[in-house]
Design a protein around this ligand. Structure first.
Ligand SMILES: [Zn+2]
Length: 503
């Protein structure tokens, strides 16, 4: 799908100034060769250019999701009332149900849900490394969707069967790092939109082995490495990152968890980032969300805060648990942090009379845009509307039932507090329109997936039908599992301290 010249005419563009304040500006934007070529009130229409009338529209930078497990679409809905360890059994370990083709459709639908919600870049913690074909079709799905992404290749422990719960005996069979090498040598994919990153959570492996793996990752020049942070399982991620000398600007820790003050200072000094995922963190006892300074002790009020807001961004985490919208996560994180700030005073029988700038809708908007770009080391390419930047843009309808009134008064407030994906009229990634008139456009199946998928072009209706068929097949197998027994086995295998579990 070629990138055309497009003129977005007469919209209100959300343009960041030198201090990262958002300045709503009535203007037009010319897109050429996948980039923002010109921003000006009057732009002569070059020949052959597609013109989108953006009167009564807000033009926003595309949103950046810094922590996502893209493959899990067929698992959506089943974690509504679950804690983390339950999710592990009913969700993460259910990758056993996924054929490579199931992964393709799960991943494709997950990425299209993101695009429909205005996300243009995703850091995918792709823990679906069950075989080379699983990984290759997952990458092909990201390419087909048209999203910009860092596909973080994730060697993993995976279940091979349940009752009794059995894991594959060797997470590092020869093919695992050989496939990584092959992918690293042929990356990036999809005209440069899909880069290769690395994801790692197997800190229980022998130290020499971990050092060897990361030497291999470093040798391939991988720029983004992501790891799950502190969780209910009691891991302090800062220890292995420090011990193995891995803490630098390539690191994104998902879920800040119970970071100590000294850890936060180390993280900031290294230029590493935390990705907060408010929905799953609030639901599943993962502390946080730590993306706002107010989330730390004393609501960030007393100056004792270990705040990481400068080194934080947002993620959806599991779209099987919650909507795949980074704007929804920004709103939830913001209101949760405001609650923590207010509670600090209310507990002292005082009432705060205003909110600090760090808890503004602009701060939430920035976590979802410029901070996401910094976390992914793409600060000079994405996250803001500026000439020379990638043409990753989201067009909101300022006259919709949700937006009207708010959009004219404060477009950033309208997006963070009032919008839903239904208010997003158009999404452009790399200069290519992926959503138009409120509808996802059909996708061209990447060459590498055509044989497995058997189709050249897929529209949303056919993709959604494939998801339903695929999940019905999986559900039949899941109905055979004794989940109580599987949960008990997981607790034993992970050596969870059962005295800490509240039943
Ligand atoms: Zn995660």
């Amino acid at each position: 799908m070629a990138s055309n010249s497009i003129l977005l005419k007469n919209g209100v563009a959300l343009i960041h100034d030198a201090n990262d304040h958002v300045v709503p500006t009535k203007t037009s934007i010319l897109i050429e060769h996948g980039k923002i070529a010109k921003i000006a009130q009057e732009i002569a229409v070059p020949e052959g250019v597609e013109v989108l009338d953006c009167t009564n529209k807000i033009l926003s930078p595309g949103f950046v999701d810094t922590h996502r497990h893209g493959w899990q679409t067929q698992l959506k809905g089943r974690h509504a009332n679950q804690q983390l360890l339950e999710y592990m059994v009913h969700g993460f370990l259910q990758s056993v149900q996924f054929s490579p083709e199931d992964v393709f459709y799960g991943q494709l639908a997950g990425m299209l849900e993101s695009i429909a919600a205005g996300t243009t870049t995703v850091v995918d913690h792709a823990h679906i490394t069950r075989s080379p074909d699983h990984v290759k079709l997952a990458i092909a799905a990201n390419v087909s969707a048209g999203i910009r992404s860092v596909f973080c290749y994730a060697p993993m422990m995976f279940a091979t069967k349940f009752n009794p719960l059995t894991f594959h005996e060797n997470p590092f069979e020869d093919w695992v790092m050989r496939t990584f090498d092959e992918l690293a040598d042929s990356a990036p994919f999809g005209d440069g939109r899909v880069k290769l990153g690395f994801a790692f959570d197997l800190w229980f492996l022998p130290a020499e082995m971990i050092s060897g793996i990361f030497a291999q990752v470093k040798a391939k020049g991988i720029k983004t490495i992501t790891c799950h942070g502190n969780t209910a399982l009691g891991l302090n991620i800062m220890q292995p990152l420090t011990n193995f000398g891995l803490l630098n600007e390539s690191i994104i820790i998902s879920h800040g968890g119970a970071l100590a003050e000294a850890d936060a200072q180390l993280l900031k000094a290294a230029g590493a980032f935390v990705s907060s995922t408010p929905s799953t963190e609030l639901q599943m006892a993962m502390h946080g969300p730590y993306c706002f300074d107010a989330a730390y002790k004393d609501g960030g009020v007393t100056g004792n805060s270990i705040g990481l807001q400068d080194n934080a961004a947002l993620g959806v985490d599991c779209h099987a648990c919650n909507a795949g919208s980074i704007i929804a996560e920004a709103k939830l994180g913001l209101q949760s942090a405001r609650n923590q700030y207010n509670e600090y005073y209310l507990k002292q029988d005082k009432v705060p009379s205003s909110l600090p700038e760090s808890l503004s809708v602009e701060a939430a908007f920035n976590l979802a845009t410029v901070k996401g770009a910094e976390a992914t080391n793409m600060r000079n390419e994405i996250g803001r509307i500026a000439e020379g930047y990638k043409a990753d843009l989201v067009v909101f309808d300022a006259m919709s039932p949700s937006m009207v009134g708010a959009a004219q008064h404060d477009p950033v407030a309208a997006i963070i507090l009032h919008s839903s994906p239904a208010d997003i009229d158009t999404v452009i990634i790399d200069g290519i329109v992926r959503k138009k008139d409120g509808k996802l456009l059909p996708v061209r199946v990447d060459e590498s997936a055509k044989r497995a998928v058997g189709k050249d072009v897929l529209d949303w209706t056919s993709i959604s039908k494939e998801i339903v068929t695929s999940r019905e097949k999986m559900q039949k197998d899941m109905d055979m599992i004794d989940f109580g027994e599987a949960y008990a086995s997981l607790i034993k295998l992970f050596q969870v301290d059962e005295t800490k579990l509240v039943v």
